[in-house]
Ligand binder design. Structure first.
Ligand SMILES: [Zn+2]
Length: 467
C-alpha cells in the first residue's frame, strides 16, 4: 500500500493542463477542467461543501453566459436551474444533467488523480468526465457559443442540473411537483447514456425498469454444530440455493408465473435495425465482458435480450461461514439479494407481487422466509420517430456527420419516468459515453472528440427543436 500511495503523490505534482501530451487545451476544455476539479461526491457527507462549491461555480458560469440562474436548496444538495428569457410561442426545451459524481476509491488504481483532469490519448481522464460533467457541460457550452453569436436562443431553454443523481435523486421528484407549472417543458433532452461505438451517434428511446428485493431464510435460532445437528433440521443455505434456482427454467427464461404477461413484443423494425447496429454483436459482448460464454433467454439476440427483454438477477447470496478454511456449521440464516430488470409494459409493483408469491410458494420446507422489498422504477419507451425524435436524429446526424442508430438502453434512469409522470414530457436520450468510459470506476475518461461533438449536438438540437 505504501508504495502505491507513494506513486500517487508523484502523479499529484503540478503538471501542464494537458499532461504535456497529444493536444493543446482549448478554452472550452479548460472550462470543463475547472468543473471537473470539484470533488462533488454526493454520497459522502464530508464532501457536501465540495458539492455546494461545485453548484456555486456552475451558477456563476451559467450567469456569465447570460442565463437567468437560480440555486434551489433541497434537504441535501442544491438544484441549479438556468433559463434564457422565455417568450411565448416558442418550444420549451429542458436539458437535464447532474453535477455530482461517484466516489473514487480504490484511489491507488487511478493512473492520474481523479480530480486533476488531464488529457492522454485524446481522452479527458477525471472522475465525472463522462458521468456526467463532461456530457452536461458540453450542452452548457453549446448554449454559451450560441449566445455569443446571438443573445437570443431559438427556443425557451431550461437547464436543470441536480447534485443528487448518484444517490438516487431523493429530492428531485418533489422539486418537480412544487415547480411543475414553471418547469413544464415540451420535451426533455439528457446526455447521460452511451453510444454503441465510437463515432456512431446513438438515440436512446427506451429504458428498462427495475424492482428489487431481499429474501431472508431463517432456520434454527443460532448457528448449529453440523455433527450434532446435521440431518435434524433444514439448512437455510441449502434452501436459499434451491429458491434462487427456482427463478429460472433450464433454458434461461424466468420461471415466475405471469412474469412475461405484460411484455410488449419487439417490433420488426427494431429487430432489423439492431441486427445492423455496430458494437453490440455477440462477439462485442464477449470482448467487453471477457466472459467464457453468453447466456440468456432463447429466441433473442444478446442485444435484444439486454435492451428489450426482462430478467431476474441474483445480485448477492450468502449465509454461513465465509472465513478461511472450513467450519462445520449449520447456519441459522441465509439471504439472496434479487433484482428484476423490466420492460414496457411491465409494472414494478405487480411484478414484485408475482415475485413474492413465487418465493413463498417455492420456499423449501423447514425454514421461514422474509421478503424485504427494495427500490423500483418503471420501464420507459418513447417514439423515436415523433417530431422531437426526428429532430434529435437530425441533430445527431449534424453533430457527428454520420447516420444515427436507435436503441433501447438496458439500464434504468427512474427520473425519466418521473419527468413523464410529473411534467408530462418525453425525454430524448442523446448519449455521448463510450463502453470503456470506466464510469463509477477508476480511470473514468471521455474522448475529447465526444465532448466537442456534444457542443455541436446541443446547438444542432436547439435549432432542430425550434422548427
Ligand atoms: Zn453515474
Amino acid at each position: 500500500m505504501a508504495g502505491r500511495a507513494g506513486s500517487f503523490v508523484e502523479f499529484a505534482l503540478p503538471a501542464p493542463l494537458d499532461g504535456g501530451k497529444h493536444r493543446s487545451v482549448t478554452p472550452q476544455l479548460n472550462d470543463l477542467f475547472k468543473f471537473l476539479r470539484f470533488p462533488s461526491i454526493s454520497t459522502s457527507s464530508s464532501h457536501a461543501p465540495d458539492v455546494r462549491a461545485c453548484a456555486t461555480w456552475l451558477v456563476e458560469r451559467l450567469e456569465d453566459m447570460g442565463l437567468l440562474v437560480r440555486l434551489h436548496e433541497t434537504p441535501k444538495h442544491p438544484i441549479v436551474i438556468a433559463k434564457n428569457a422565455h417568450k411565448p410561442g416558442r418550444r420549451h426545451v429542458m436539458i437535464y444533467g447532474h453535477y455530482d459524481v461517484q466516489p473514487v476509491d480504490p484511489l491507488e488504481l487511478w493512473e492520474s488523480p481523479p480530480f486533476e483532469p488531464e488529457i492522454r490519448d485524446g481522452k479527458i481522464w477525471a472522475r465525472g468526465a463522462t458521468d456526467n460533467k463532461g456530457q452536461m457541460f458540453a450542452h452548457a457550452l453549446g448554449v454559451d457559443a450560441m449566445l455569443a453569436e446571438n443573445p437570443d436562443l431559438p427556443v425557451n431553454l431550461t437547464f436543470l442540473f441536480e447534485g443528487e443523481e448518484e444517490i438516487g435523486s431523493p429530492n428531485l421528484a418533489q422539486f418537480l411537483v412544487h415547480n411543475c407549472d414553471e418547469l413544464k417543458p415540451d420535451v426533455i433532452a439528457i446526455s447521460d447514456t452511451g453510444m454503441v461505438a465510437p463515432g456512431v451517434p446513438t438515440l436512446g428511446y427506451g429504458l428498462r425498469g427495475i424492482t428489487c428485493c431481499e429474501a431472508i431464510l431463517r432456520g434454527p435460532s443460532g448457528d448449529l454444530h453440523s455433527g450434532l445437528f446435521g440431518g435434524s433440521v433444514a439448512n437455510p443455505a441449502s434452501a436459499i440455493g434451491r429458491l434462487v434456482a427456482s427463478l429460472h427454467k433450464i433454458d434461461g427464461t424466468v420461471a415466475i408465473s405471469g412474469f412475461y404477461d405484460d411484455v410488449r413484443p419487439l417490433e420488426q423494425w427494431e429487430r432489423t435495425m439492431w441486427s445492423h447496429v455496430p458494437g453490440v454483436s455477440d462477439m462485442d459482448y464477449l470482448t467487453v465482458t471477457k466472459s467464457p460464454g453468453l447466456y440468456g433467454e432463447p429466441g433473442y439476440s444478446t442485444m435484444e435480450r439486454v435492451s428489450s427483454r426482462p430478467t431476474a438477477e441474483v445480485n448477492g447470496i450468502g449465509g454461513g461461514y465465509q472465513g478461511e478454511g472450513s467450519k462445520t456449521v449449520l447456519p441459522s440464516e441465509a439471504f439472496a439479494k434479487l433484482s428484476f430488470r423490466l420492460v414496457p409494459d411491465q409494472d414494478p409493483k405487480r411484478i414484485m407481487e408475482l415475485v413474492a408469491h413465487h418465493l413463498e410458494w417455492n420456499c423449501p420446507p423447514g425454514v421461514r422466509i422474509e421478503i424485504i422489498p427494495g427500490h423500483d422504477g418503471k420501464p420507459y419507451i418513447t417514439d423515436p420517430n415523433s417530431t422531437y425524435g426526428l429532430a434529435a436524429q437530425e441533430a445527431l446526424r449534424a453533430a457527428f456527420d454520420a447516420e444515427p442508430v436507435l436503441i433501447r438502453e438496458g439500464g434504468s434512469i427512474p427520473i425519466v419516468q418521473t419527468f413523464r409522470d410529473v411534467l408530462g414530457a418525453d425525454t430524448l436520450l442523446l448519449g455521448l459515453g463510450l463502453s470503456d468510459a470506466q464510469i463509477h470506476a477508476p480511470n473514468e475518461n471521455f474522448p475529447v472528440e465526444n465532448f466537442e461533438a456534444g457542443i455541436r449536438l446541443n446547438q444542432a438540437l436547439l435549432k432542430e427543436l425550434a422548427k
